[in-house]
Design a protein around this ligand. Structure first.
Ligand SMILES: [Zn+2]
Length: 338
């Protein structure tokens, strides 16, 4: 089996995330705190979602440890579950990954502890949080570590440092909620700094939809020589509402995070995103909050692949009304008009 670096050299790697949003929609975790409690409370649900994404063509099973760090677990009174949750998340990801030759990624993220006014003091706390999570991920057999949804270059560099301490390849991405990182770097510059410190892949995840993420990804691609990653949210963000946090409904009300449904991209839009991203030289293409297996299958197919779930990809020529049987069609259309 080839590793993360070899796969990035060979072809686009298709990732897939969005576990928090999808498992919240399915009723297995709570919006608001968004802590991945389902890993311990509903392991079958987590396993099933991994499997659906694998069948849709995802080549990486990302351990569901997003927001599974000490700070978040303390907030919901489950700090004692920190280690079991992290280990179990890795095991679930690995269990499914072996069914389809997928890689297993450990996952660390923004901590809400890092303070740019006190980078050393707060950075040490962050470092310890990352060390325990990455340590467990390594012991459970992760192939590489994703550090994602970073808001600060300072915090992202700590994540990268810790990943390197443990000797694993790294994918480090920023959440572009604003025009710059909170510690005031352009994203291309932020990614360049990570590359200079040895990151294997850099880029963006979350916050922006395909339309508003791609222009920034273009600038990142021009700024770095290492692999570039793009994992947008599948929502129709626009230049005036560039992030899913900024989307508003017709009455001007914020729709994030619970009323985003009318803005959801179709599978075709996500397929277009995947091929556009490949064409501008993105090496790791995926989806973040809001993504679902049907998006990922269409993305895989637009990259020229056939996923296990492609067996059930649409064939509307066999549809009773939209299909080729003209006589039936005319009769049925009459019914549809009524
Ligand atoms: Zn996300």
């Amino acid at each position: 089996m080839t590793g993360f670096r070899e796969r990035l050299e060979g072809d686009v790697v298709l990732g897939a995330e969005g576990y928090l949003f999808e498992l919240e929609r399915r009723g297995y975790l709570k919006s608001g705190p968004y802590v991945p409690e389902a890993v311990l409370d509903f392991p079958d649900a987590v396993r099933e979602l991994h499997r659906e994404l694998l069948r849709a063509g995802a080549e990486v099973m990302v351990a569901f440890t997003y927001y599974g760090h000490r700070e978040k677990l303390r907030m919901i009174g489950r700090e004692q579950d920190l280690e079991p949750l992290n280990r179990q998340a890795l095991r679930l990801a690995k269990e499914v990954a072996v069914e389809g030759n997928a890689l297993v990624a450990g996952n660390i993220c923004n901590t809400w502890v890092y303070d740019p006014e006190a980078p050393d003091r707060s950075g040490e706390i962050v470092r310890e949080m990352y060390r325990e999570q990455v340590g467990w991920a390594v012991e459970e057999g992760a192939d590489f570590i994703i550090s994602e949804t970073n808001d600060y270059v300072g915090e992202a560099l700590i994540g990268l440092d810790v990943i390197q301490e443990f000797g694993l390849p790294s994918l480090v991405t920023f959440a572009s909620s604003n025009d710059r990182t909170i510690d005031d770097y352009e994203f291309a510059e932020a990614c360049k700094r990570l590359e200079d410190r040895g990151a294997d892949a850099v880029g963006l995840n979350c916050s922006r939809g395909p339309q508003t993420m791609l222009p920034i990804i273009d600038r990142i691609r021009a700024a770095v020589d290492c692999a570039v990653a793009a994992q947008p949210v599948p929502y129709r963000t626009t230049p005036s509402q560039p992030t899913f946090q900024s989307l508003r409904d017709a009455n001007g009300a914020r729709v994030f995070p619970l009323a985003l449904d009318p803005f959801l991209c179709t599978r075709f839009e996500m397929a277009d995103f995947a091929s556009s991203a490949r064409d501008v030289g993105v090496n790791y293409i995926g989806v973040c909050c809001g993504g679902a297996p049907h998006h990922v299958r269409s993305m895989a197919e637009s990259l020229g692949r056939t996923a296990p779930a492609s067996r059930y990809s649409p064939d509307l020529s066999l549809h009773p009304i939209l299909g080729d049987n003209v006589q039936k069609k005319e009769r049925k259309f009459q019914n549809w008009k009524d």
